[in-house]
Design a protein around this ligand. Structure first.
Ligand code: SF4
Ligand code: SF4
Length: 117
């Protein structure tokens, strides 16, 4: 289900988990809401192994999520999610530079104590 990026925030949802998304120099986090149906589709698509099944629904490790920066032009989890339960979270913003630094750290291209999460 490759397609347009999901936008908007599902307010009031519980069990949210952050991932990263956005455009240009300003990027926003994404959250997986409790609308997740545990379909298992997103986990293998993540190039950073940031997605894992949590106690109830799938979760994303924000320290490993780069919004797919360095791998793809669009967040792969958003592209494949069949129920569009990974909306934007305007409360969490990271710069694209920070995402790039995180990508480099995950790839072992910079020291592990790099300030990028
Ligand atoms: S697929 Fe991309 S956007 Fe989704 S959690 Fe993994 S790195 Fe983040
Ligand atoms: S693709 Fe969407 S519904 Fe399926 S496990 Fe991932 S977040 Fe949940």
């Amino acid at each position: 289900m490759k397609g347009a990026r999901t936008s908007g925030l599902h307010e009031g949802s519980e069990g949210i988990h952050r991932v990263l998304s956005g455009t240009d120099n300003s990027v926003m986090a994404l959250i997986i809401t409790d609308e997740c149906i545990n379909c298992d589709v997103c986990e293998p698509e993540c190039p950073n192994e940031a997605i894992h099944l949590g106690p109830e629904i799938y979760e994303i490790d924000p320290s490993r999520c780069t919004e797919c920066v360095g791998h793809f032009d669009e967040p792969q989890c958003v592209q494949v999610c069949p129920v569009a339960c990974i909306p934007l979270d305007p409360q969490h913003v990271e710069s694209r530079e920070t995402l790039w630094q995180k990508y480099q750290r995950l790839q072992g291209l910079v020291p592990a104590d790099s300030p990028a999460r």
